[in-house]
Design a protein around this ligand. Structure first.
Ligand code: ASP
Ligand code: MG
Length: 413
């Protein structure tokens, strides 16, 4: 028995029937004697509907009024869930962000939490209530309603769990956990029992569909044990936690992540001299374009080729910037390629296991995939390859690193 923060996403509270099912689940935990804070999102589709309404009235809606509008969806579900709990004989009370006092900065539509006043919540818990709190919203120091960015209810849940030192923060959603890779790409993808915060962040390309990345960062910083579970199916889900030094059998690789949303730019025949990288990437940064993988190599003729990747939507702008840079620094040619993809193997076990990179390269070589760029961090190795080989690469790596599930494993997607 302890304090649990549970968060239910938009599809989990998407209809009155589903709100009833959520109430059944909450009531079950309550019957086990847990103290509960339940954070809810708006009904699925509701936040989008409200945003569309705003744009129908004003091309660029006033941010303060946008927040007043889009925070209403969560207020609806807190009240409905509290009623559904009442029907089931469970004492419950709804709270919006300002009633709790989730104090944020004043950056409307992307506010950051500064402080949570836990006094009212503690008093409510002590009186034996299940507290149903609106996700995604807060209030600034002047009392203006703010919101935390799309998907922000996850962050609300983690922040409340941190502020109240909850024993666990459970995120209920429409998948039953975090997988070794995308089950739509690899049939044999397996649900992970546990994954570290660091790995989860590196798996962002898949993880972000499960959890708001900011919530994972927050949970890591405040060491809040996070569990991702299916709202309506029984199962242990995936625990996201600190690295456990006592676990002898840490698997080397947690999973295979990938990203199709990158494009590569190459500037050829650049004079090899100090300051060149800055001359190339400075203007890219000034244009607010984020750079991911960078490779530079100097040939024998005192010229260098310089390649980097950006998000695919930024490619046209990056190309414009690079064309003008090329003229200024006397480069020979600029090329771009949008048909690339990034594949990464991720795992904290890499720190103590040599040979992960060579195993990765061998697996790709075996299926004839050419590697265009390589980048590594302490717990991740990424390669850029031709996009059409992406699925083949992910499947080969998944089986090469022994991540495929046994044919008799349960819990497949
Ligand atoms: N309702 C908000 C959104 O759709 C917040 C959330 O669901 O987490 O982004
Ligand atoms: Mg969500």
């Amino acid at each position: 028995m302890g304090l649990i923060v549970q968060k239910f996403g938009g599809t989990s509270v998407g209809s009155v029937e589903r709100i009833g099912q959520v109430a059944d689940k909450v009531a079950k935990f309550r019957a086990q004697g847990h103290d509960l804070i339940v954070v809810v999102s708006a009904m699925s589709g509701e936040t989008n509907r409200l945003i569309d309404l705003a744009h129908a009235v004003q091309e660029r809606p006033v941010p303060r009024e946008m927040d007043t509008l889009i925070s209403t969806g969560e207020q609806v579900t807190t009240a409905l869930l509290s009623m559904a709990l009442d029907v089931r004989g469970v004492k419950a009370k709804s709270y919006n962000g300002s009633q709790v006092r989730i104090l944020t900065d004043d950056a409307h539509t992307k506010a950051r939490i500064r402080e949570i006043d836990d006094k009212r919540l503690r008093a409510g818990l002590d009186e034996g209530y299940v507290l149903v709190v609106a996700g995604f919203q807060g209030v600034d120091e002047h009392g203006n309603i703010t919101t935390l960015g799309r998907g922000g209810s996850d962050t609300t849940a983690v922040a409340l769990a941190a502020a109240l030192k909850a024993d666990e923060c459970q995120i209920y959603t429409d998948v039953d956990g975090v997988y070794t890779t995308d089950p739509r790409v690899v049939d044999g993808a397996r649900r992970l029992d546990r994954i570290t915060f660091e790995e989860m962040l590196e798996m962002a390309s898949m993880g972000s569909k499960v959890l708001q990345i900011r919530a994972v960062e927050f949970a890591g910083k405040y060491q809040v044990p996070l569990r991702v579970l299916h709202s309506f199916k029984e199962g242990p889900g995936t625990l996201i936690t600190l690295e456990d030094a006592t676990q002898m059998e840490t698997p080397t690789i947690a999973g295979i992540a990938f990203n199709r949303d990158e494009a590569k730019l190459t500037i050829l025949g650049v004079p090899d001299m100090p300051g060149i990288a800055h001359k190339i990437l400075g203007p890219i940064g000034d244009a607010n374009i984020e750079v991911d993988v960078i490779v530079q190599n100097t040939g024998e003729d005192k010229h260098t080729d310089f390649s980097f990747t950006v998000s695919r939507t930024d490619l046209p702008r990056a190309m414009d910037v690079l064309q003008s840079v090329a003229g200024q620094i006397g480069a020979r040619e600029v090329r771009s390629d949008a048909r690339i993809a990034k594949v990464s193997v991720v795992g904290v076990g890499m720190r103590s296991h040599a040979g992960v990179a060579s195993q990765m390269f061998a697996a790709l070589a075996e299926v004839g995939i050419n590697i265009q760029m390589i980048t590594t961090s302490e717990i991740k190795i990424s390669v850029i390859i031709e996009e059409k080989f992406l699925e083949l690469a992910v499947r080969s790596l998944h089986s090469s690193f022994g991540l495929d599930k046994e044919p008799n494993d349960e819990g497949a997607a």
